[in-house]
Design a binder for this molecule. Structure first.
Ligand SMILES: [Cu+2]
Length: 163
């Protein structure tokens, strides 16, 4: 048993090292980069008014989803996402461009325990709630996804249109 534990530990360490080498923005302990002004907007200002949008995370007969999964905002609009995980397992909410979220999803497959605590992302345990304050400063079509391995593929993503 002892040898097995040791082996598992060294595999985990090797995985961690290779992930860090492959993705310079995701060094262990450092978390994700903190976006100041991104292609999809920037962290909100708590002193300014925000439109409140409630989003529920749930699982439903083998599918995983966000409700609602289609959102529409005006350019410059600040949004307070009130998140609630009504599922039985952990989920997360990550706002980004489609490209970034897909790239990030692949990184998560290599390092599934990656925790998100960034202005554009929140991970929630079952029955937990959380908030994200975000300002959409650019027009375009953006994505929000749960990037825990397998979840986006199971349906856990949505679309944000900023006009
Ligand atoms: Cu999920």
């Amino acid at each position: 048993m002892k040898a097995r534990t040791l082996l598992a530990t060294s595999i985990a360490a090797a995985l961690l090292t290779s992930t860090a080498a492959a993705a310079p923005g995701h060094k262990p302990g450092e978390g994700h980069s903190h976006p100041e002004d991104t292609a999809y907007g920037k962290p909100g200002d708590p002193k300014k008014p925000a439109r409140v949008i409630q989003i529920v995370f749930r699982e439903d007969e083998g599918k995983m989803l966000f409700l609602p999964d289609k959102l529409r905002f005006k350019k410059g609009e600040q949004v307070r996402f009130q998140l609630r995980n009504n599922g039985e397992i952990d989920h997360e909410f990550v706002v980004g461009t489609v490209e970034e979220n897909l790239k990030h999803m692949k990184e998560m497959e290599k390092n599934p325990d990656m925790e998100h605590d960034d202005p554009n992302a929140k991970r929630l345990k079952p029955k937990a709630t959380g908030e994200i304050l975000w300002q959409f400063t650019k027009a375009g079509t953006f994505d929000f996804s749960c990037l825990i391995p397998g979840h986006r593929q199971a349906g856990m993503f949505g679309t944000i249109v900023v006009e």
